[in-house]
Design a protein around this ligand. Structure first.
Ligand code: IMP
Ligand code: MG
Length: 188
C-alpha cells in the first residue's frame, strides 16, 4: 500500500518562480490598464492566493471582487458543467473594465461560462487572466483567448498555491503535481 510520503505532491514551480511570474504579469496588466481602474474578478476558490499576489503587483488603481465557479467536484476530471454563484451586482460591473482571474485553464469551459455570465452585466470590456494554461488544451479549439497567463501548466493534476484536489493542498506555497496514485486517498 502506498504510504503518505510516497504520494506526497512534487514541486513543479516553486514559490520564488511563482512570485517572479506573477510580478511580471502584474506589471503587464498595470501597463495595459493604467488609466482604466480595472475590476479584477477572481474565480473562487482556486484564484484566491494568485489574485492576492497579483493585485499587489499591479501598481495602478484597481478593484477586486469575486465570483464562484465550480466544475470539478471532488475528482481530477471536469464534470463538464460549470456552476456559477456569488455574482457581483450588475451595477458593480456595468461600464467597468473587467479582468476575469482564474487559477488554471484546461478546456476553457469555466472561463467561457464566466465570460457569458459577466457579459450580461454590461461591462465596458472583459479581459481574461490565468496563472496557468494547460498547453495544447481544448480551450484553443473553442477560440477562447487568454490575454494574460503567468505560466504554461506543467503536465499532470496540479495542486498548491490555491489549487486543490477535493479542497486539499490549497495551502502549499509551491505549485505541485500529484502522483497518479493520489486519487486513491480521496474520499468521495
Ligand atoms: P476548465 O473549465 O476545463 O478550463 O477547467 C478549469 C477549472 O478546473 C479551474 O478553475 C480549476 O478549478 C480546475 N482545474 C483544472 N485543472 C486543474 C488542475 O490540474 N488542478 C486543480 N484544478 C484544476
Ligand atoms: Mg477553479
Amino acid at each position: 500500500m502506498a504510504t503518505r510520503s510516497e504520494s506526497a505532491p512534487r514541486v513543479r514551480i516553486d514559490a520564488g518562480e511563482l512570485s517572479r511570474g506573477v510580478a511580471r504579469l502584474g506589471a503587464e496588466i498595470a501597463a495595459d490598464y493604467a488609466d482604466r481602474n480595472p475590476l479584477l474578478l477572481g474565480a473562487l476558490k482556486g484564484s484566491f492566493i494568485f489574485l492576492a499576489d497579483l493585485v499587489r503587483a499591479i501598481d495602478v488603481p484597481c478593484e477586486v471582487d469575486f465570483i464562484m465557479a465550480a466544475s470539478y467536484g471532488a475528482g481530477t476530471v471536469s464534470r463538464g458543467s460549470v456552476d456559477i454563484d456569488h455574482l457581483p451586482s450588475g451595477s458593480a460591473v456595468a461600464g467597468r473594465h473587467v479582468i476575469l482571474v482564474d487559477d488554471i485553464v484546461d478546456t476553457g469551459r469555466t472561463q467561457r461560462a464566466l465570460i457569458d455570465t459577466v457579459r450580461k452585466l454590461d461591462p465596458a470590456s472583459i479581459g481574461t487572466c490565468a496563472l496557468l494554461v494547460k498547453n495544447g488544451s481544448a480551450h484553443k479549439r473553442s477560440g477562447l483567448r487568454i490575454d494574460y497567463r503567468a505560466f504554461d501548466a506543467p503536465e499532470g493534476f496540479l495542486v498548491g498555491y490555491g489549487l486543490d484536489l477535493a479542497e486539499r493542498y490549497r495551502n502549499l506555497s509551491d505549485l505541485c503535481v500529484l502522483p497518479d496514485d493520489d486519487e486513491t486517498h480521496v474520499k468521495r
